[in-house]
Ligand binder design. Structure first.
Ligand code: GLN
Length: 204
């Protein structure tokens, strides 16, 4: 079940989770569509002010060099780091979003992404992948000029591999995948993310 709502106790209706989707470049609209379909509220993030009050963050696929330039231009790097590492806002990075989270970009996950690891456009492919934490059979994953995780530290849990190369990982409340699921009908990855948003927001 998607945990898009932030309903705490019985009978207490609260607003659905507000998810910020970094919208400087890339396929942010596809993520927004999936998240809205699962009942979340979505805000496109282009400036620091747009981060105010979000309960979760998505960094989409696209082109990581362009996206990082946009982040720097808008002064978003530090506010994003604070949001994810200090406030521990659950974060999903997909493809270029995985690269953005790595040691050489925002430095939030203890891993190094190897860009275009499967080759360029000609090596884009689809695959049914077993992803740890996602039940109900393999996830249909679309790889588009995808990275893989070349190195990672002890806090990183690998959730899926292709030919022995890690392509999905979790570290605390950060979830990074080298592939796209927002382009198809399988919403389980976004449900997993929204579940962690709901878990982070509910009092223990
Ligand atoms: N190849 C892109 C990059 O290096 C990522 C591709 C994607 O996000 N689909 O940033």
């Amino acid at each position: 079940m998607a945990g898009a709502g932030l309903n705490g106790g019985a009978g207490v209706e609260r607003e659905p989770a507000l998810i910020g989707v970094l919208a400087l470049q890339g396929d942010f609209a596809a993520h927004a569509r999936v998240l809205s379909g699962l009942g979340a509220r979505v805000r496109e993030v282009r400036t620091v002010a747009d981060l105010e009050g979000v309960h979760g963050l998505v960094i989409p696929g696209g082109e990581s060099t362009t996206m990082m330039l946009g982040v720097e231009r808008e002064g978003l790097a530090e506010p994003l780091r604070r949001l994810v590492s200090e406030l521990e806002i659950p974060t999903l990075g997909s493809c270029a979003g995985l690269i953005m989270l790595d040691r050489d970009h925002l430095g939030l996950m203890d891993l190094s992404a190897q860009r275009n690891a499967f080759g360029r456009q000609v090596r884009s492919f689809e695959s049914d992948l077993d992803v740890r934490g996602i039940e109900g059979g393999p996830v249909h994953a679309v790889f588009i000029r995808a990275p893989w995780i070349a190195e990672y530290g002890p806090q990183v849990e690998i959730l899926a591999t292709v030919d022995g190369h890690p392509v999905a990982a979790r570290q605390g409340r950060m979830l990074a995948v080298a592939f796209h699921t927002e382009l198809g009908e399988d919403t389980r990855l976004h449900e997993l993310f929204l579940d962690s948003v709901a878990a982070a927001a509910s009092p223990c």
